[in-house]
Design a protein around this ligand. Structure first.
Ligand code: UTP
Length: 285
């Protein structure tokens, strides 16, 4: 079984729910406390042993490339002033360990993943959506890579939400349960209220076989007229093992304003430098 070495980060979306903040800067560069969302996802992938990071970008996303590049002026000015560079230590990749591909039109998540097909090649790969901030020890992708090493096939993260929330997500039709793993019998994108087959949604973490690219080659459009990753994954059910790994850490939907603010508050309350101040401020208001 091939190891998971590559991760795709689709960052080509328009982020319309965050306008006007995301008119000129990518949603993935919005900071939670002091780190942009995309860096939380990259750190999670690194912890999982991923070696090659593939970003599927779009117009107006160059801040992401700059964030993960050398900043000569900043670094030399900081060095001249005797400031430690620790704060930007995680923003560098080893030479050749990062690739960028441009999704010219935001035709959906499935389309974004398909744009990375030649860089992914013929091996299993991870997908991380940076606007879903997942925290846990070990991290979500590390847990998934470890589970994948046991079972192979296709593996998605499964996260329990309240029944009234399932209408917003891709939801799992569950089969046999093996510890934290749940067999995936079917997948439904945004089920109408009262029709969801479970409360287990997929929060933007996947390990998929390269076969998904052959399905996406057909460019079939689904919900919202977009090329949906959920539809392509649904076709692979039954051809290879397909499981969801129930994640019990925390998830913040940072693609929504409320989730983004929740993430900032929760992580600020764990940040040693600012936690007492924030706690006192929250009590006051
Ligand atoms: P969303 O559904 O959150 O869409 O995409 P969005 O455009 O980012 O945000 P809103 O809904 O307009 O506010 C989920 C993930 O898929 C990526 C997004 O960047 C995000 O990480 N995506 C989506 C693409 O890369 N390309 C697309 O065409 C669509």
């Amino acid at each position: 079984m091939k190891r998971v070495r590559k991760a795709v980060f689709p960052v080509g979306g328009l982020g319309t729910r965050f306008l006007p903040a995301t008119k000129a800067i990518p949603k993935e560069m919005l900071p939670v406390v002091d780190k942009p969302l995309i860096q939380y996802a990259v750190d999670e992938a690194r912890e999982a042993g991923i070696e090659q990071m593939i970003f599927v970008t779009g117009r107006g996303k160059s801040a992401i490339e700059d964030h993960f590049d050398i900043a000569y002026e900043l670094e030399s000015t900081m060095a001249d002033r005797g400031k430690a560079l620790d704060a930007i230590a995680g923003t560098r990749f080893a030479p050749g360990a990062v690739a960028y591909v441009r999704q010219q039109e935001p035709n959906g998540l499935g389309h974004a993943i398909w744009c990375a097909r030649d860089i992914v090649g013929d091996e299993p790969f991870a997908i991380l959506l940076a606007d879903e901030l997942m925290t846990g020890t070990p991290g979500c992708m590390k847990q998934m890579v470890d589970a994948y090493a046991e079972i192979g096939g296709n593996l998605v993260c499964g996260y329990e939400v309240a029944p009234e929330e399932t209408r917003d997500y891709g939801v799992i039709d569950p089969g046999e349960v093996r510890g934290a793993l749940v067999e995936v019998r079917g997948l439904v994108e945004k089920p109408p209220p009262g029709t969801a087959p479970s409360n287990l949604m997929i929060p933007g973490r996947y390990i998929l076989q390269p076969e998904v690219m052959r399905i996406l080659d057909r460019q079939e459009r689904g919900a919202g007229g977009e090329i949906q990753l959920t539809d392509a994954m649904a076709e692979m059910i039954g051809r290879a093992p397909f499981y969801a790994m129930r994640f019990t850490g925390r998830r913040f939907d940072c693609g929504s304003k409320a989730g983004f603010i929740e993430a900032n508050l929760a992580l600020a309350l764990e940040h040693p430098d600012i936690a007492p101040h924030i706690r006192a401020f929250l009590a006051k208001i």
